[in-house]
Design a binder for this molecule. Structure first.
Ligand code: GRG
Length: 287
């Protein structure tokens, strides 16, 4: 199966599970689902891919955890779009949550998704030890030691194009969450710690690559294809890879991070070959 087909197949599984988690509930679930709908599902797909590569076979077990990751990711997008943060009216090819429902419901949607994610992480009573570890790892990666800190750095005014600050933003805002997604799949499949460590390292390189391509697409991408507003980083004078290294420098460094990720995943043998293909897909992505 080629990588596009693989990603489409897993995305379908995640989309179906998400629909299930947002059905038969009070009308606020529809409000939250509006923002959940239409994502690329990269993080849950990475969790599933890692679970399967590590020999996991119980799809339902990993799906609830994978969907929880997508809920947290979506909460961060909703809050990022708010007027108090990046102030963006367009997300996932439609009006962002505050534009559609007003700021109060957008804030509450984010809050609701964040809490509901942790309910999904505890969904099954089996693998209690793994689930406890997943919750600990998630809390670390998406909270003040990870995504939230990355956002704190991202919203600051950066007069200087400092490469060290750029790396801190990329690492915390994006890479730790991407790496976490791979890690939780491995934890849920009871992978040995030596493998988890290598996956985590490869995941950090892949995550930095993901943010490089995000920064590059902000310069080169089209609104319809991206589903979000391009050129916002330039307009808001954000600290991005093209600002620090120039567009061609950023593209060159993206290739270097892809090579670092692939060399790392390669150490794990043929079962993990898929991660090399995912890395190339991220390097060459157009949305
Ligand atoms: C508000 C705590 C808080 C954090 C916000 C998500 C975020 C941090 C900022 C949004 C801007 C940004 C470039 C974040 C880096 C992560 C990233 C590349 C998000 C976009 O993820 P995709 O491309 O989006 O996977 P879809 O919509 O496909 O899920």
């Amino acid at each position: 199966m080629n990588i596009e087909d693989y990603l489409a197949e897993k995305k379908k599984l995640v989309d179906e599970a998400l629909r299930k988690y947002f059905s038969d509930n009070n009308p606020f679930f529809e409000v939250m689902y509006y923002s959940i709908d239409r994502g690329k599902r990269i993080r849950p797909i990475l969790a599933i891919a890692s679970y399967e590569a590590n020999g996991g076979t119980k799809l339902d077990e990993i799906l609830s955890v994978a969907c929880g990751l997508e809920l947290i990711h979506t909460y961060s997008l909703i809050h990022d779009d708010l007027p108090a943060m990046d102030n963006d009216d367009y997300r996932r090819g439609k009006e962002s949550a505050h534009k559609k429902f007003g700021e109060a419901l957008a804030v509450l949607s984010g809050d609701g998704l964040f809490a509901y994610a942790f309910e999904l992480f505890t969904e099954s009573e089996t693998n209690l030890k793994q689930r406890f570890r997943v919750i600990k790892e998630v809390s670390e990666a998406v909270g003040p030691k990870g995504v939230v800190y990355g956002q704190v750095l991202d919203i600051q005014k950066h007069e200087e194009a400092n490469p060290k600050t750029l790396r801190q933003i990329h690492l915390n805002k994006t890479a730790k969450f991407i790496s976490l997604s791979i890690k939780v799949g491995a934890i849920m499949a009871s992978a040995p710690d030596e493998i988890i460590k290598v996956l985590e390292k490869g995941g950090i390189y892949l995550g930095i690559l993901f943010q490089y391509t995000d920064d590059i697409l902000d310069v080169t991408g089209k609104k319809e294809k991206l589903g979000k507003t391009p050129r916002k980083d330039i307009f808001q004078e954000k600290l991005t890879a093209p600002r620090v290294y120039g567009l061609s420098g950023a593209k060159f460094r993206a290739q270097r991070y892809a090579a670092l990720a692939k060399n790392t995943f390669h150490r794990l043998g043929p079962n993990f070959e898929l991660f090399n293909e995912i890395t190339d897909y991220v390097l060459n992505r157009t949305f």
